[in-house]
Write a protein that binds this ligand. Structure first.
Ligand SMILES: NC(=O)c1ccc[n+]([C@@H]2O[C@H](COP(=O)([O-])OP(=O)(O)OC[C@H]3O[C@@H](n4cnc5c(N)ncnc54)[C@H](O)[C@@H]3O)[C@@H](O)[C@H]2O)c1
Length: 450
């Protein structure tokens, strides 16, 4: 096995870059590099995705991406295929989902007191298979960069698996879906090399299109930075969610209370919601928990946020019992994990829908952004026809911007006029004008039950 110090002479010229994984992160990155003078080979194991990209069709709804990709392909600087080839640098952007591993002995030893031996951990299968895929094409002096989110010390572990004198760095991606192209360019970047030379070399590549500052560190620090950013958000959202539950119990409006508490110069409480979803915040904190026996608060916050969909569902089920509406038909507005994106991965909406279905609710769904979801998506009219209640789970602009006339038209199609706003985004006065009963997550004054 290779030692970290044993590196040898390396070539510095990078002209050709192989980007492995052409999803939300890999495709914009590959196109950006191609538009900044590199010859880029984009690789994805999904043949259908590769064909779509070649034909200028995208399954990702990201503003400006289509134009960027088409420009890169037409310039001849971006070629997409299903197999890697020799290059000067390789950038790995494949998924790192979480798996619930009943047999994770290390983790059970560290954390497991009461979680039935199921401790979520990072599934490195895709990263390892991407590394194995590029191995036959790697030459001494090549640069390998991992952008996928990974647990601390993974870059070092992978470096030791590669039997070549390569440069290697971890360069976490910190973009916001919906603003990926802007943030790819404007955000500061963290580059964590396995050694200083690797950091410098990776920096040269990113400098080609990044306007933000590029900070150099070591690979494990860079891995921690990425995980700490998302954990910070997760823990703070968990606190807001706990406040929402407490305020409901106390018959207080949490949104008013947060607003007033945030008048304090050193307080900035985040907004509560129906749960935390997406490919990052709901997953990344587990990568710290799996590696550290000290991550107690992080684990608790993760569990609290994971339980929010169940809390929301139970509240709704109890409320309908109180209202004496049997087998209610509810219309779900929004199933993506956040507003104005098409991404439904890890969306809390899925868990809420499953819970409502298991309580004999009839559920129909409307989402103006989502294209792929586990349950059928309907047009607005079909979704609300004969419905007893609208449940808003995502803060899409379309819902915020409903006009008085829209709400009146919606009300005419409904059986009962109840709307549940879990994101506090509707214009409640307008809905009340159309005789809707408005219930707000975290506002104990609007619920009959606690
Ligand atoms: N999406 C985000 O906003 C975001 C932000 C920051 C970090 N990240 C991280 O970036 C990584 C990639 O995320 P994403 O959202 O782009 O994922 P994605 O699912 O959109 O895309 C990943 C792509 O990799 C392909 N793939 C899987 N295994 C492969 C292999 N062995 N060889 C070639 N291609 C392979 C898949 O077919 C897929 O097209 C993840 O670790 C994620 O946590 C994502």
């Amino acid at each position: 096995m290779k030692q970290l110090e044993n590196i040898g002479t390396k070539q510095k010229n990078i002209n050709k870059i192989c980007v492995i994984g052409l999803g939300y992160i890999g495709l914009p990155t590959a196109s950006m590099l191609a538009n900044h003078g590199y010859y880029v080979v984009g690789v994805d194991i999904d043949e259908k995705r590769v064909e779509l990209i070649k034909n200028g069709e995208l399954i990702i709804d990201e503003p400006g991406l289509m134009t960027l990709v088409k420009g890169a392909i037409n310039s001849g600087n971006l070629n997409v295929k299903t197999e890697p080839e020799e290059a000067d640098a390789f950038i790995i952007c494949v998924p790192t989902p979480v798996i619930h591993d009943k047999n994770n002995k290390d983790n059970n030893k560290n954390n497991n007191k009461d979680n039935n031996n199921e401790t979520p951990k990072c599934d490195l299968t895709y990263v390892l298979s991407a590394v194995n895929g590029i191995k036959p094409y790697l030459k001494d002096g090549n640069l390998v960069v991992i952008e996928s989110t990974i647990p601390p010390k993974t870059t070092e572990m992978i470096y030791k698996l590669i039997d070549k004198n390569i440069h290697m760095a971890y360069c976490p991606e910190r973009v916001l879906p919906g603003k990926i192209l802007k943030e790819l360019v404007e955000n500061d970047r963290i580059v964590g090399g396995i050694d200083e030379e690797s950091s410098e070399l990776a920096k040269e590549v990113y400098k080609s299109f990044v306007d933000g500052d590029i900070y150099l560190t070591n690979s494990t620090t860079a891995e921690m930075v990425k995980l700490m950013e998302n954990t910070f958000r997760d823990v703070n959202i968990a606190l807001a969610n706990e406040f929402a539950k407490v305020c409901t119990e106390m018959k207080v409006n949490v949104w008013d209370a947060i607003n007033l508490a945030n008048k304090h110069p050193r307080v900035n409480i985040l907004n509560p919601g129906p749960g935390v979803g997406g490919h990052c915040i709901s997953i990344d904190p587990w990568f710290i928990v799996e590696k550290s026996k000290n991550a107690e608060l992080i684990k608790k916050a993760r569990e609290l946020n994971d339980n929010m969909p169940k809390y929301v569902c139970n509240l709704i089920v109890k409320e309908f019992k109180k209202l004496n509406i049997n087998n209610p038909k509810v219309s779900i507005f929004g199933v993506t994990y956040k507003g104005n994106v098409d991404d439904t991965r890890e969306s809390p909406a899925k868990k809420i829908i499953e819970c409502l279905l298991s309580n004999d609710f009839n559920v129909s769904i409307y989402d103006p952004h989502a294209k792929v979801f586990e349950y059928p998506l309907n047009k607005l009219e079909d979704c609300i026809k004969g419905s007893d209640c609208i449940i808003v789970l995502t803060d899409h602009d379309e819902f915020k911007n409903f006009e008085k006339e829209d709400i009146y038209e919606i009300s005419k199609l409904m059986k009962h006029k109840i709307v549940i706003d879990t994101k506090n985004i509707l214009n409640h006065n307008l809905w009340k004008e159309s005789k809707f009963e408005v219930k707000l997550l975290g506002d104990g004054t609007t619920w009959n039950v606690k």
